[in-house]
Design a protein around this ligand. Structure first.
Ligand code: ZN
Ligand code: ZN
Length: 410
């Protein structure tokens, strides 16, 4: 059957799946119900299903002929947000909501897997359909550590994010850095407590912390070329003290730093090293001490030129109606970067904002919702993107056919 006919045939199914995931959202690494649904759906498509990183699921599809291995990924986790939408499929899990579109990602990739499984006799190679848990806290890395990229070895990766700041009908595809590298940090500034009447006999960590918060802003505004190396350092929490007339012993701060360029983490010019330099020198000036921990993070998501060209030509030449292809990058974090740092990949944005349908709220907002008309577009991009990858494998410079691997069956 023609691809567009199959897409149309599954239009209701993808919406139903998405609404089901939306109604029963689960937080990172607690996606038990979601992964059960995913497992049985993939098994129903005849794929070899395995589990990684507690609630993660991988469906391996073997084409009838050997060839490269493509990784396609959807994320499954929801957020700790109380939904405020008035919709029939509103979240029934109190304080938990799919406010980033991961419900749609899971539904779209499942239906794409079903359609691709229907045509696997035409396929030269393998597809790993990856359903990732805990994306908001770098779930991809744990899957990689558990062997996701091996057996068969992954050669390239494709992924998308539904995006309400873009309009329905738009697709954002860009080469190079597209989503921010990110670090979550915790900083404890240690002083010496005392009476606020005699600050000379204490070391005030509040003043030191205040100067650090201001001081690190020089990184963003005085040290880097803001056009070439966009960087944002934000503090999200600050805690310290017990009484208005007591100098506390310590102040604890936490925050995130994001950057949209490729760089060497170990270089003195990396945002992390610059940050630590300002912290340590400011503390020294205050005679304070500090403890700085980078909790978790991921590199910048960098799109590969050839994979971007492939996705762009699918969107421009094969979709009807033709979408408006826009150049788009974001300082939001996205742990697909862990895949794209290891193999050439493309990650693109599927516009789902539509004011008339009230789906123009930002991601992570209690009223976030998407224009469901774009679900079939996402399915079609997945299906045609995968087919185009295998059809063009002979022209992709980065592919090394001598490295193609056949997975060992257990
Ligand atoms: Zn998110
Ligand atoms: Zn997301």
């Amino acid at each position: 059957m023609e691809i567009s006919k199959q897409i149309a045939e599954y239009q209701d199914e993808v919406i139903e799946l998405r609404r089901d995931f939306h109604r029963y959202p689960e937080l990172g690494l607690e996606e038990y119900r979601t992964s059960e649904t995913v497992c049985s759906y993939l098994e129903g498509c005849g794929l070899e299903v395995s589990r990684l990183n507690r609630t993660g699921v991988v469906g391996l599809m073997r084409g009838d002929l050997p060839g490269p291995t493509l990784l396609m990924r959807a994320d499954m986790d929801a957020l700790p947000i109380q939904e405020e939408n008035k919709i029939s499929y509103k979240s029934v899990n109190k304080g938990v909501m799919h406010a980033c579109g991961h419900d749609a990602h899971t539904a779209m990739l499942l239906v794409a897997a079903k359609i691709l499984a229907n045509m696997k006799h035409r396929l030269k190679g393998y597809i790993k359909f990856v359903f990732e848990p805990n994306e908001e806290n770098v779930g991809s890395l744990a899957m990689i550590k558990e062997g996701l990229m091996e057996n068969p070895r992954v050669d390239a990766c494709l992924g998308l994010h539904i995006w309400t700041p873009l309009q329905t009908g738009q697709i954002g595809i860009t080469e190079g850095p597209v989503m921010a590298g990110m670090e979550h940090f915790k900083l404890i500034v240690k002083g010496r407590s005392g009476h606020t009447a005699t600050p000379q006999s204490a070391i005030d960590p509040i003043l030191a912390a205040a100067n650090i918060i201001q001081g690190v802003q020089i990184i963003q505004t005085r040290e880097i070329d803001a056009l070439k190396e966009p960087t944002i350092i934000m503090f999200g929490t600050i805690q310290g003290g017990t009484a208005s007339n007591v100098i506390p012993d310590s102040v604890t701060l936490s925050g995130t730093m994001r950057y949209l360029f490729e760089g060497d983490e170990e270089s003195q010019d990396s945002p992390k090293k610059r940050f630590e330099r300002v912290v340590s020198n400011t503390c020294a000036a205050h005679r304070a001490e500090y403890e700085l921990t980078f909790l978790y993070g991921h590199p910048t998501l960098v799109n590969h030129r050839e994979m971007v060209a492939l996705v762009r030509s699918v969107a421009a030449d094969e979709l009807k109606p033709e979408p408006e292809i826009v150049s788009f990058v974001s300082l939001a974090g996205e742990d697909f970067s862990e895949f794209a740092a290891r193999v050439p990949g493309a990650f693109y944005f599927l516009g789902a904002g539509n004011r008339a349908k009230e789906t123009d709220f930002p991601h992570h907002h209690p009223r976030f919702n998407i224009d469901e008309d774009v679900l079939s577009v996402g399915v079609e991009m997945h299906v045609r993107g995968a087919l185009s990858f295998f059809n063009n494998a002979g022209n992709l410079q980065f592919l090394k056919p001598e490295r193609f691997e056949s997975p060992t069956k257990e």
